[in-house]
Design a protein around this ligand. Structure first.
Ligand code: SF4
Ligand code: SF4
Ligand code: FES
Length: 536
């Protein structure tokens, strides 16, 4: 692989790479605002300027400049190297690039920083971006002095509603155009534009348009400062109180990789952010997925129910065991869930099919929704492929369960999950004479009218493996503790097995994973070990 030198280090690059892209790939950060690895190059912020030594045998490119000479109290003519934007300069074999080791580059960055802050309001105490703002970080790292402008700063529009999810503050905007390029290039919805020049520039909506598509929250995410804020996250949390875990979006079968940002003090998830995975979601997520964290704390089954009455979990498990004990295996059915992880489904299948002998396997999940060519899949389940893989053959749809019950072929059902591909709660209440034990995170059709409901932990309350539509096995970390009396579904199954006198020996999620992989196999590797929340 060809290489170039960056501050004395050899950096390998691929054909077509720019200096910043090659450096980014090996984890070296060249300061930047407007560059984003998933967008075209705008080269408008000039924060990434670097000094590049001349190719062998050539003279360096120099500029004539006037510098203020304190002693002479006058400007004197000087020469200095012509700096290049690392985001635009192609990587070339043998190039000698100086970023942190160039005094000229350092002075240029300090000047850019001073320019960007000339008209910037001192909003940090009330700005959502504070704590993860590029202007703050780079000012500490590269700013050298207080701003010298004594004039009143330029005033611009604040709190402009761009659409149902995003609010814009023109005074905070550094006009890097990342948001403009994102809607144009990724979403193909050119609804944002830049108007005016110099310190009057601002981002505006295209005439007659609103920022209202399936990826609006990504504009806030790519904004390197606090100019675009999300209605959903505005003023809800300070980011320095949040911790991040590597998770996987369960909003659809794409399985975008994300960071779940949560407050450990109240065990609450506040937002999802995309986690780079070039095989799955590149750098992006859709709005539906980014807001899907809300389901973690809404409509949850927090206590066990017997005949719709809250009871202690242990009592409900005893009741469920009593209902399932001695049932004829041929009339016992298991409903697996495309909403749940492989671990949860595997544990249930092991108990109901493996230990209790049920042969009728069904699958349930969330009903189909909208899909598109960017990321969204119309299958709104994160693990349909995983369930099909575990069941060995395509399980019957939950719709067939109604026919089996009506024909008297099924008398007892153990189900996992809440949704049933659009079949309503009322339909389930009228399913007929069947005994049902439901393990569920949320109230839904599968819990409606169930004899026993056991409160299951959600996708962020236990580590889990999800298989996306491409067949990629992806592991999500545990983020927060289970709410109320809930426990991970694999654990509930283990407790139910013990109550039935059928030991499963699943004490930790790793036990389930080991069993799933065939006993001695090593447990799956953890998600990519990229630094948490590393900015791009
Ligand atoms: S709103 Fe943010 S992303 Fe858009 S141009 Fe301004 S600073 Fe850049
Ligand atoms: S495309 Fe699917 S997996 Fe990706 S963020 Fe959206 S809902 Fe989640
Ligand atoms: S990152 Fe903005 S000019 Fe290079």
């Amino acid at each position: 692989m060809p290489t170039f030198k960056l501050d004395g280090l050899d950096v390998p690059f691929e054909a077509g790479d720019t200096i910043i892209k090659a450096a980014h790939r090996v984890g070296i950060d060249i300061p930047h605002y407007c560059w984003h690895p998933g967008l075209s190059v705008a080269a408008n912020c000039r924060m990434c300027l670097v000094e590049i030594g001349p190719p062998p045998g050539r003279k360096p490119l120099m500029l004539d400049v006037f510098e203020w000479d304190r002693d002479r109290q006058d400007y004197v003519q000087q020469r200095k190297p012509k700096l290049q934007p690392a985001c635009q300069q192609a990587a070339v074999e043998g190039l000698d690039v100086r970023s942190q080791t160039s005094d000229h580059a350092k002075r240029a960055r300090a000047a850019v920083q001073e320019l960007l802050l000339l008209n910037h309001p001192v909003d940090c105490p009330i700005c959502d971006q504070a704590g993860e703002c590029r202007l703050q970080d780079y000012w500490l790292e590269h700013g050298t002095r207080k701003k010298r402008m004594l004039d009143e700063r330029v005033r611009k529009p604040k709190a402009v509603v761009f659409g149902p999810t995003i609010v814009y503050d023109a005074e905070r905007c550094i006009v890097c155009t990342r948001c403009v390029r994102f809607v144009e290039e990724v979403v193909k919805d050119p609804c944002l534009a830049k108007r005016e020049r110099g310190n009057l520039s601002e981002i505006v909506l295209s005439p007659g348009r609103k920022l209202d598509n399936a990826y609006t929250l990504m504009t806030e995410y790519v904004c390197p400062v606090g100019a675009l804020t999300a209605q959903d996250f505005r003023f809800k949390a300070r980011v320095w109180f949040l911790r991040s875990a590597r998770s996987v979006c369960v909003g659809c079968a794409t399985g975008c990789n994300d960071f779940a940002d949560y407050d450990p003090r109240n065990q609450t998830v506040y937002r999802y952010r995309p986690r780079e995975n070039m095989q799955v979601n590149r750098y992006w997520m859709c709005d539906e997925g980014m807001l899907d964290y809300q389901r973690i704390h809404q409509g949850r089954v927090e206590t066990a129910l017997v005949g719709n009455k809250p009871v202690a979990r242990e009592k409900a498990i005893q009741k469920a065991a009593k209902l399932l004990d001695g049932v004829k295996p041929e009339t016992l059915a298991v409903v697996l869930s495309a909403e749940h992880s492989n671990e949860d489904n595997y544990a249930l299948l092991t108990l109901v099919q493996g230990k209790l002998g049920a042969s009728q396997v069904f699958i349930a999940g969330r009903p189909d929704g909208e899909g598109d060519d960017v990321l969204r899949d119309k299958d709104k389940n994160p693990n349909r492929a995983g369930v099909v893989g575990l069941a060995g053959a395509a399980p019957h749809s939950v719709g067939d369960l109604f026919k089996a019950v009506a024909a008297g072929k099924v008398t007892h059902v153990v189900s996992l999950g809440s949704e049933a591909f659009g079949i309503s709660a009322d339909d389930f209440k009228a399913i007929g004479k069947v005994t049902r034990v439901a393990l569920a995170t949320h109230s839904g059709p599968l819990t409606a009218g169930a004899d026993v409901v056991l409160p299951a932990g959600s996708w962020v309350e236990s580590e889990g493996t999800f298989v996306n539509k491409k067949g990629l096995h992806q592991q999500a970390e545990r983020v927060i503790s289970a709410v109320g009396d809930a426990r991970p579904a694999w654990k509930l199954v283990s407790e139910l097995a013990a109550a039935l006198g059928k030991s499963l020996d699943f004490k930790r999620v790793r036990d389930v994973q080991r069993a799933m992989l065939g006993g001695d196999a090593p447990v799956p590797t953890r998600p990519s070990e990229k630094p948490l929340g590393a900015p791009v």
